[in-house]
Design a protein around this ligand. Sequence first.
Ligand code: HEM
Length: 402
Amino acid sequence: MHIDEIDLYDLDAWSERVLHEELAILRAQSPIHLNAMPNATPFWAITKADHVIEMSKNPKDFSTWRGGTTLDDYGEEDIGAIRQLLINMDPPQHSKFRKLVSRGFTPRMVRLMESRIRDDISEILDRVLPLGEIDFVTAIAAELPLRVICRLVGIPDSDFHLIFDWSNRLIGFDDPEFQTSIEDSRIAAMEMWQYAQELLDGRGGRRSEDLISVLMNAEVDGEAVTEAEFNGFFLLLSVAGNETTRNAISAGLLAMLENPEQWQKLVDDPSLASSATEEILRWSTPVIYMRRTCTRDLNFHGVEMKENDKLALFYTSANRDEERFEDAHVFDITRSPNEHLAFGVGEHFCLGASLARLEITLLFEALAERLTDVQLNGEVRRLRSNFIAGIKTLPISFSQRQ
Ligand code: HEM
């Protein structure tokens, strides 16, 4: 493949496969590469781990606030709205808000959730394992993160399906199966916003351990979370916590099916689940890239960049960087060290990382203990997206271990 033929924006290509071949060529030949975009300004594709880290740690030159975290060129109205989300803020605003919302993500909170997550996993597996044949994505991979995030936020069980539908519509805007227009994504966001407001209103002054209560009672330097900030955070969490974890779980099982000796290792020793989780995250990299925007004209490792130039930090590429990982293209659940970048790095390092890690670890531990003769049983279909590495269907057959 010639370097000029590479297009990392190509949605149809991503719906077929993860573009590892293209990314490897760019890492070797053009690690800071200008990629064209249909009807929009081009972007710099950053494919080496060291560069991704350097840029992530320099929000002054490489901002998220200016243009958000995806490659679209937003109009003034939309950019104003997305700037209310934590993930699109720059310091010092970001540091302050992050400090506030981190109160809900302490190790103690995550530990409190552990036994509840174990119960959720048992409930889900008790229900679906007798079937012998399932679509792993809908039956298990989507179900667990949805339950966990709804519990975390304090959403009643009867409303879980609403969150599921909204988050699909919000993130799936490039996939015709989920919706027909970007307009629908806006409607979903609005509906969600309204729902968050109702949740808040219905809460009155009641206090409990869930995130709504923690956030509504948190203060930093005398400042509390405003309603708009709360609603935006609710929206961000529902999307960030659902799709990503779902896709890590699905891609993890697929990797096990494609590397049966690794699955066998896990079955023989389920205590490897935690190290397997890190390899699943590196291997699957659910978030393909995050965008940054240059705040001034600058020179980055010999490349001249202009103010407002767009950059895509390709975690998918950084996680297969041959200079960072030995045998980078081998799936090895015992890999150590495994300093992958699936959760990003620096200021915006994923707030839900320990929760996601816990969910994946507990689930794979349980799967290794309870499943046997797992086989692929139909077509694996990928999400049409260059942002989220998504798996839409993963049909499997299996038996239950006695
Ligand atoms: C396997 C699952 C997950 C992956 C791969 C993932 C990945 C990421 C990435 C790449 C970022 C941005 C890093 C950057 O821009 O430098 C991020 C940020 C974030 N994630 Fe996750 N995430 C996952 C699960 C979750 C969960 C379960 C939650 C919530 C419960 C969550 C909440 C967030 C939030 C709030 C941010 C924004 C943090 C900030 O801007 O300071 N994520 N995540």
